[in-house]
Design a protein around this ligand. Structure first.
Ligand code: N01
Length: 487
């Protein structure tokens, strides 16, 4: 027997999908999760200092507000606790199969079913929702000799609490969102910390603050107040689209704020110069921090801007020939996003991999469905990422389209996919628009696939995406009868 729906991944997206599908009347629903606990990125990123840079009232599920956030921008443990709470509140535990890593998701034409397999065996389904996350596969850089390092080596997204950095000589490689959070923490325990920077990030002051008990009590007593706070944060964030998308020259104002922040926090002109970006604010992810720059000015911390040539057993050899000897390396080098290996495991009836969509060689429809992949849905799919707001909002938008399409597919015993024309139109519009946005302004970033195609970002207001995904458009889809065996 085939399941009606298999959801793959039990992070924000997978849990939201489970709730939405069950509300839509899907009863035969199973969520497969590779790890031994739910939570996705918020389970995995346990490095010290890990925090969300979107306010918690907005970075949470609309149907599961949390009046008890202790900070306006939550730290990882609290977000993970929130997700565990969602599982309890919506009775999702019985749906989730932990320890079920998926290594193959293949469509079989003769049966009209998806075959989902892993070391645990195989299940078949009429519909599949991929909720595997775009920031899920830790990326180690391609530096020669990386495997020869004899000390401790840890990636921020695969943190290992048993690695003790106290009193050690530590290198942090990378200066993205993860690095700027972990550096201030490591700086306080390491004897020496060397931060290897390839490109300086733009950093703005962090506005996060503790939420007083009085406010939490008010949110509990009068939930619409919290909805208002969420709406306000949402609208503030949407205003940023005017700079990111409509007119990137507007980002100059933010650049001035970021430069002033740097000047306030770093007195040394040489260090300041090395920390000043030479690309448009927003082209790479804008970072928020009040303690990263001060950490770099500590006597035990050094910023190195020479490239790393190779890794040796005792440390990192720089391009200028110098060796930085360290006891431990923290790789804050990001994720496989446009080359996500999990997505590469999904194949259509001809064995064509869905990796093509992230590489920009396969059109997508609303970042969610793909011609040739009937009844397959991807949350956080191509061009649904954001530089300015909450991806949880985007996934909830996708779920409106997903639930309606799934309901039809099940009720009509149909195989539903977007037409090639509809997908070409959708993707074409994005391709036309992206080059003039801030993300097309010339920097290298993880938003871009090989060849510079931006397959990651949604270049518009998020309410435009919500409008576009609010219902199933029959004329944009091919609906075929599924083979009788799937009924
Ligand atoms: O990863 P990144 P991240 N030698 O890819 C550098 C979300 N997130 O984990 O800029 C030296 O941004 C690389 O250098 P360059 C958020 O969406 C959110 O930090 O490519 N350096 C870069 O500095 C974020 O954007 C939060 O030149 C090398 C760094 O490694 C996304 O996750 C917290 C190198 C990678 O940065 C990813 O963030 C954490 C090499 N060979 C994560 N290779 C918040 O909410 C790479 N680098 C705050």
């Amino acid at each position: 027997m085939a399941h009606d729906v298999l959801v793959i991944g039990a992070g924000f997206g997978g849990l939201a999908a489970a709730v939405a599908l069950r509300r839509a009347g899907v009863s035969d629903l199973v969520v497969l999760e590779r790890a031994d606990e739910i939570g996705g990125t918020w389970r995995d990123n346990t490095y010290p200092g890990c925090r969300c840079d979107v306010g918690s009232n907005l970075y949470s599920l609309s149907f599961a507000p949390n009046p008890d956030w202790s900070n306006t921008y939550s730290y990882q443990p609290e977000i993970q606790r929130y997700l565990l709470g969602v599982v309890e509140r919506f009775h999702l535990r019985p749906l989730v199969r932990l320890g079920h890593e998926v290594t193959r998701v293949a469509f079989e034409r003769t049966s009209g079913l998806w075959h989902v397999a892993g070391p645990w065996g195989e299940r078949r389904a009429r519909c599949v929702v991929l909720a595997t996350g775009s920031l899920a596969e830790a990326r180690l850089p391609d530096i020669p000799g990386i495997e020869t390092f004899a000390g401790a080596s840890v990636h921020t997204a695969r943190w290992d609490d048993t690695v003790d950095l106290f009193g050690k000589r530590v290198a942090v490689v990378g200066t993205g969102a993860s690095a700027i959070q972990v550096v201030p923490e490591v700086a306080t325990v390491a004897a020496e910390l060397t931060v290897f920077q390839r490109t300086p990030p733009w950093i703005l002051p962090h506005g996060g603050r503790a939420v007083p008990e009085r406010t939490r009590a008010l949110y509990r007593w009068l939930p619409p107040l919290q909805r208002l706070a969420r709406l306000r944060h949402y609208l503030e964030r949407e205003l940023l689209v005017l700079g990111f998308v409509k007119d990137p020259t507007r980002m100059a104002r933010g650049e001035a704020m970021a430069r002033a922040h740097l000047e306030r926090q770093v007195a040394d002109p040489d260090l300041r110069a090395r920390l000043t970006p030479d690309y448009r604010l927003g082209c790479k992810r804008v970072l928020l921090s009040n303690d990263y720059y001060p950490a770099l000015t500590r006597p035990n911390v050094r910023l190195v801007t020479e490239a790393i040539d190779r890794v040796e057993p005792t440390g990192l050899r720089r391009a200028d020939g110098a060796l930085t000897e360290v006891d431990a390396v923290v790789w804050a080098t990001g994720f496989h996003v446009t080359d996500n290996p999990v997505v590469a495991r999904v194949t259509d009836g001809d064995g064509r991999s869905l990796a093509e969509a992230l590489a920009g060689r396969l059109d997508h429809y609303r970042g969610t469905t793909f011609p040739g992949y009937p009844n397959l849905f991807m949350l956080g799919g191509p061009n649904t990422g954001l530089g300015h707001s909450s991806v949880v909002f985007m996934m909830e938008s996708q779920l409106r389209y997903v639930t309606e399409t799934v309901r039809r597919a099940l009720a009509e015993n149909a195989l539903i996919e977007p037409t090639a024309d509809a997908a070409a139109t959708w993707t074409g519009r994005l391709r036309d628009r992206l080059p003039s946005t801030v993300w097309g302004s010339g920097c290298a970033s993880w938003y871009l696939a090989e060849g510079g195609v931006n397959t990651t970002i949604w270049p518009d207001f998020t309410f435009t995406f919500r409008r576009a995904t609010r219902r199933f458009e029959p004329r944009d889809h091919r609906v075929a009868a599924a083979p009788a065996t799937t009924a």
